[in-house]
Design a binder for this molecule. Structure first.
Ligand code: ITT
Length: 202
């Protein structure tokens, strides 16, 4: 089954390709669809935004779509940057600018700087909508460590680990991450509710 992943984030795409069983699913991205579709993420929650992404892309291409909306929820900052994680330091901000802004916002708070990554993953085929969630708890550190991953990975240490997500090998992040948890559940539900249904209708 071909699934169009409604994302422009190559880090997410690489992770999703690894998480979904490649014998059953072929994950393609908006890059392969040559899309310039503008998606206005004006939802108030991760779930609302991931549904907006999935529906916008489905309406344009009419193929089964998956999407994720994710971000970093920081305890001292009342949940910010949350759904604003990608643009925390402003429109078109880089990962480095977002990370620096976060560290600045946290500088006057006592440690540990507890945080969690949250991911809502969605499937939409014009008929059925499925959404799932995943979380990864941990803390923010005030130095940049590691070169793997993307986004806030160099300053986030998962609970029970000593290394940041950017120091942990790709395969290991993909076992424990918020995205891995959400997409694994999504994969199971697509298999159970969509693929099996299709077979039994034949
Ligand atoms: P798409 O909307 O095109 O999928 P995006 O990067 O704008 O890409 P989001 O709106 O879901 O995606 O914002 C997610 C942001 O949260 C992302 O840009 C990172 O800053 C952060 N983030 C999410 N998951 C992360 C992860 O696994 N590691 C590090 N940072 C992550």
């Amino acid at each position: 089954m071909k699934l169009l992943f409604a994302t422009r984030n190559d880090g997410k795409l690489k992770e999703a390709k690894k998480i979904f069983n490649s014998q059953i699913f072929q994950i393609v991205s908006l890059n392969e669809y040559n899309s310039i579709t503008e998606i206005i993420e004006d939802g108030k929650t991760f779930e609302e935004n991931s549904i907006i992404k999935a529906k916008t892309v489905y309406e344009k291409f009419r193929v089964p779509v998956i999407a994720d909306d994710s971000g970093l929820v920081v305890a001292h900052l009342n949940g910010e940057p949350g759904i604003h994680s990608a643009r925390y330091a402003g429109e078109n901000s880089t990962n480095l600018e977002n990370n620096k802004k976060l560290l600045k916002e946290l500088q006057n708070f006592s440690e540990p700087h507890l945080a969690k990554f949250v991911c809502c993953a969605v499937f939409y085929n014009g008929e059925n909508i499925i959404s799932t969630f995943g979380e990864l708890t941990g803390k923010i550190i005030h130095e940049f460590r590691g070169r793997n991953g993307f986004g806030y990975d160099p300053i986030f240490i998962p609970e029970g680990f000593e290394k940041t997500l950017a120091e942990i090998p790709f395969e290991e992040k993909n076992q424990i991450s918020h995205r891995a948890k959400a997409f694994k559940k999504l994969e199971e539900l697509i298999e159970k509710n969509i693929l099996k249904n299709k077979l039994s209708k034949k």
